[in-house]
Design a protein around this ligand. Sequence first.
Ligand code: ARG
Length: 464
Amino acid sequence: MTAQLSKKSEAWSARFSEPVSDLVKRYTASVFFDQRLAQFDIEGSLAHAEMLCATGIINQTDYTEIQRGMTQIRAEIDAGQFEWLLDLEDVHLNIEKRLTELVGDAGKRLHTGRSRNDQVATDIRLYLRAAIDDITALLQAFRLALLDLAEQHADTIMPGFTHMQVAQPITFGHHMLAYVEMFSRDAERMADCRKRVNRLPLGAAALAGTTFPIDRERVAKTLGFDAVCRNSLDAVSDRDFAIEFCAAAALVMTHISRMSEELVIWMSPRVGFIDIADRFCTGSSIMPQKKNPDVPELARGKTGRVNGHLIALLTLMKGQPLAYNKDNQEDKEPLFDTVDTLTDTLRIFADMATGITVKADTMRAAALQGFATATDLADYLVKKGLPFRDAHEAVARAVRTCVDRGCDLTDLTLDELRTFSGLVESDIFAVLTLEGSVAARDHIGGTAPNQVKAAIAHARQQLR
Ligand code: ARG
């Protein structure tokens, strides 16, 4: 983003006897980063001008001129020909000044009944609403990709872990569905946040409202806001909607980071559960054999900066008295970077989900180690009448014996198994298989392949 120092304009008004230094100018300006609000600033200005005309505050000729000027400004910005001037501080003054250059007095009338305070609050809300809509679509695409992966592997068995220790067999499809749940809640949070973003500050003016007979409801309707902010001081000063968005974004990134951690572990040759398509990995400049999972690693790292932005905005807000303070200009970079980071990450992950190769044999071999079906043996004994705590103890003794001998529970003979509990019969061997274990967890939310398939169908229904 660029903006130049210019001699062309004298931005200080009659109130001041000297200009600010170049350093202060640079320090106080936001045009380097808030130019990205330009299209929303123009949209907001046009809605404001339409209302000023409809209420008779400006005349039709002025409104038509403002429309004409804004059309040209839009074209200039789109073509990269708009000259952003540091002297004009921010996106709002740059556009207004250019408008006045183009259409004269009509341009000077645009700011009637308005302040940059309610103007910037409106711009950010318009920007964030659009960003949330993009993110919502990306969360949807990502979940659909995860559902495809889950569907391909509804029967693929892997070890499930707690404490990073083999716990019980699960299906890879079930594991992917856990993430689908997380990202579904993230989408709900975004939808909920959008409701509070989608209210109109314009009309609050600097802080107290305006003496002109404005029609705020009309502007809200034009801009697609659900309602107007009902207190002018609050409208210009609070940024809780942006903080809330950053909190929701931090949670999305946190979920992505957890998944990334797993992808990195799974792709380690030591584990070898998956491979990730080459287009998401890079090599090493020194070690020719390396293929590194850069994308998940970077996503895990970028989660830190998104979490940081949340704290930045909370801290920005906490010490501010009502109403608007210039502190709020600092809301933009953390917010923009949060949107950019989250948007890029989701776009890449939706694609990467299609580039994950599952190594089912390795997963299965891992599930066969670590006594993953010990709980099934205990449950078996319980079903034969043994109290669960006693069953737990009997199986613990059996596992201990296997550890000493270096074998699996299924390597024990029926007679050997019966030394731990006389309730064991020959049907135990079907219970101790991986397939038997997962199939037995046959209820909503369980890992049985038919439940996984039902959960996929349910999730697809919800996504429609
Ligand atoms: N650039 C400012 C911001 O981002 C716009 C509002 C400035 N208002 C003011 N009274 N200086 O918050």
